[in-house]
Structure formats: structure tokens, C-alpha cells
Design a protein around this ligand. Structure first.
Ligand code: ZN
Ligand code: ZN
Length: 416
């Protein structure tokens, strides 16, 4: 189906800046739904027949509701643009039943803002290729509604470790170290709310994990109007298949919760802990299916893809920029040449050997080259994950049992 402007018949799109549908041609906000099977409205009742009547060919290709051309649909595609007439098509027959999202977060950041954010982010990156932020390249930016599983998890976290306290003191020429050990035990009942796991194969898991968090408090019930103008897919993997990635998050956050709690013992702070042992018992895991907004910018440099992703709700950018070796070489050469010229003049005035400025220029030039051509140089854009959990925890058992003391001695040099 597509959304047409009631005023001029133009293709309507969802406009994040106003949070509504808008006609890009006449600015009207009044729209109507158009599907090929004219007698079929949006139709929450899904049957094979309605899907067919909604405009598929026998081969399973989609017929554009606007221009009638045949479109080869991707296996999971649910929203896309007609390559012939640019109409935004929503394949609502693929959004039924188990594929109907429970909720979605509409884009808050529009295309212009997403582009501006990329430009701003890379303005300070001296050695990124110049066309990284060119308007021609940025045209490729695409809004995606990412199919995402959100897991509500109730679990018991069990943590055991040996907490160590050390105290140093001196008597005469001998330094003593008292090492007190405690058996530390923490049992925490924790509830994690909406841990996100992306369910689109095309999007790299690691980067999608970095795009989190999404604020699901701003989510709304699924509405196909928000989809118009964007690309989207059904989930490619189900909630059971992706469970291990949610469990990995529970372990990561759970462990740090336990460690935080175990730092402070009933007998004061521990200097360190040893023999850590951690495990999770899962009680209740409920997956929810939602669509999250992501801007995707596919940048290619020397045949290599450098994808960038922007959280369409929070504006967080994730990606690695390539380094333009030509720009690095020009910069290093320029600095080296400047050192050489100034050095030669000084060596003439102050009459020292010309070898000094030559050597200095070569060394500085090489250092600049090597440090900036390093593959890590472009990674400045990777944001480290900050996770906001609205889950809560209750410490059920918190035991610190004294094990005993060990004392080490060390003979001090009497001369000191
Ligand atoms: Zn219009
Ligand atoms: Zn078309």
C-alpha cells in the first residue's frame, strides 16, 4: 500500500520534524491509503487471498500500487521505494500476525539532521577522505526501521569471590603485609527491561549493539504511516534464535552489578577480588517485537565498505572512518618541510650543522605518517556503549565470611 496526498495525489512520507505525514509537493498533511486491491482497506484480517489481491504477481513479485511496475521484493522487505516511480510502498501483507510489531519508535531525527550530524562529527577529523561528507555521497543515506527483539528478563544472579584486604606496616627493619581473605557471596534478584537485539541479518550485530540504548518509553503502537519514506524488514530470526544475545547482555550487566555490590564488604572495601565465579538462573523471559529507527550511511572507500549508523531517536553515531593516506602524507610532508626550512635558516644564522634540521624533519615526518596511518586512527567515531537500564535489583543474600589472615614479611634495607 502507499499513502497519497488528498490534495495533489503526491506520495506522502512521514516527516520526523513534525511527527506527522506530510506531502513533499504541496505540504498538505491530509493523506489517504491506496492499495491495488481497491476493495481491500488496510485489513487487519490477513489471509492468503488478501495478500494476493494486495498486488503480488504469481512469481511473488510486488506490483507497484502507483505505477504498476513489477518489483522484485527482498526476502524480508516490508517497506521500500519503487525503483521506477519513487513511491514509498509498505508491504502490509508482510506485517500481519506474528510479524506485526508490538510497538515502534518513529524517527525523531530527519534526513537533513542526520546528514548534518555526520558532517559535524567528521569536521574535526583531519585525515578522513574529503568526500566522506560530500552532499553527493550523503545522498545515499537511508532510514531503516530495524526489526528488534526486546527481552524482559527476570533472573537470579549468583556471584562468589574471594575479597582481599591488604594492610602494610613496618616494625623495625621488617615490613609486614596482612592479607585478610573473605568469602564473598551475592545473590541478586534482577529484572532487566527491554534488552534490545537487532533481528536484521544485513546489519552488523556489534554495531547495532553499540547503537543502544533506545528509549522504549517513547515507543508507540505500530502504525504503517510512520513507515512511509523508510526502508524496513521483517525479523530475519525469531526470538528463540536470538535469545543468546540477550543472555550475553544479562551476563555483562549482571556481572558488573555484582562486582559493584561486592566491592564494598561488611568489613570495609576490598582491595581486590580473586576466584570470581558467576552464574545466572533465568526465571522469566518475555520477548517483545518492535521497530527501531536507524539511519544507515553506506560509504565506500577504495573498494572497502565503511558503514555508519545513527540512532534515529538519540542521534548516537557508530562507525569507523577510513584514513586518506594522501592527506596524511601531505600533512606530514608539509610539517617536515616547514621544520627543514626554519632549521636550515637557523643553522645558517647560528652556524650549526645542517644535518640537525634534516634529521629533525625526517623524524617528525615519519612519526606523523606512522601514527596517523595506523588503522586505529579512524576509530575515533566508535562510541562506547552506555547502557541505561530501567530494570531494578534486589540483593537477597550478601555474605562476607572471614576466611583468615596471611602475613607476609619483607626485610627492609637498614640503610634507608
Ligand atoms: Zn500534495
Ligand atoms: Zn512505481
Amino acid at each position: 500500500m502507499i499513502y497519497k496526498c488528498k490534495n495533489c495525489g503526491g506520495d506522502m512520507v512521514f516527516e520526523p520534524s513534525i511527527g506527522k505525514m506530510k506531502c513533499p509537493f504541496c505540504d498538505s498533511t491530509e493523506c489517504e491509503e491506496v492499495s491495488t486491491g481497491s476493495e481491500i482497506q488496510d485489513g487487519d484480517v490477513a489471509t492468503e487471498e488478501t495478500a494476493q489481491e494486495l498486488g503480488f504477481t504469481q512469481a511473488g513479485n510486488l506490483l507497484c500500487p502507483n505505477c504498476g511496475c513489477e518489483i522484485e521484493l527482498g526476502k524480508f522487505t516490508t517497506a521500500m521505494r519503487c525503483p521506477a516511480c519513487d513511491s514509498n510502498i509498505i508491504v502490509d501483507s508482510r506485517m500481519k500476525g506474528e510479524y506485526r510489531p508490538e510497538f515502534m519508535t518513529p524517527f525523531k531525527i530527519d534526513e537533513k539532521k542526520a546528514k548534518d550530524m555526520i558532517k559535524q562529527k567528521f569536521a574535526s577529523m583531519r585525515f578522513a577522505p574529503r568526500d566522506l561528507v560530500s552532499e553527493a555521497r550523503l545522498k545515499k543515506i537511508q532510514g531503516w526501521y530495524m526489526p528488534t527483539w526486546f527481552y524482559d528478563v527476570e533472573a537470579t544472579l549468583n556471584y562468589y569471590a574471594t575479597g582481599i584486604q591488604e594492610k602494610k606496616y613496618t616494625k623495625g627493619n621488617v615490613e609486614y603485609t596482612d592479607i585478610d581473605s573473605y568469602n564473598v557471596e551475592r545473590v541478586i534478584d534482577a529484572r532487566f527491561s527491554k534488552l534490545p537485539v537487532d533481528a536484521a541479518d544485513d546489519l552488523p550485530d556489534q554495531m547495532m549493539d553499540l547503537l543502544a540504548p533506545f528509549d522504549t518509553k517513547e515507543a508507540v503502537a505500530y502504525d504503517s504511516r510512520f513507515m512511509s519514506g523508510f526502508y524496513s524488514e521483517q525479523y530475519n530470526q525469531n526470538a528463540i534464535q536470538l535469545r543468546p544475545r540477550a543472555d550475553a547482555q544479562v551476563e555483562q550487566f549482571g556481572k558488573s552489578m555484582c562486582r559493584d555490590s561486592a566491592k564494598q564488604g561488611s568489613h570495609g572495601r576490598y582491595d581486590r577480588s580473586e576466584n570470581e565465579n558467576f552464574n545466572v538462573q533465568y526465571h522469566n523471559v518475555i520477548p517483545h517485537y518492535g521497530l527501531m529507527p536507524v539511519w544507515k550511511y553506506d560509504y565506500n572507500y577504495k573498494g572497502q565498505p565503511y558503514p555508519f549508523y545513527i540512532n534515529g531517536q538519540t542521534g548516537k553515531i557508530v562507525g569507523n572512518a577510513p584514513v586518506d593516506s594522501g592527506r596524511v602524507a601531505a600533512f606530514a610532508g608539509g610539517v617536515a618541510a616547514a621544520i627543514l626550512v626554519i632549521g636550515l635558516i637557523l643553522s645558517y644564522i647560528m652556524s650549526f650543522s645542517a644535518f640537525v634540521p634534516v634529521a629533525a624533519a625526517v623524524i617528525v615526518g615519519l612519526i606523523l605518517l606512522l601514527t596517523n596511518l595506523h588503522p586505529a586512527a579512524g576509530k575515533v567515531t566508535v562510541d562506547s556503549r552506555t547502557y541505561v537500564s530501567d530494570g531494578d535489583k534486589m540483593i537477597r543474600v550478601s555474605n562476607d565470611n572471614y576466611v583468615g589472615r596471611q602475613t607476609k614479611t619483607r626485610q627492609l634495607n637498614s640503610g634507608k
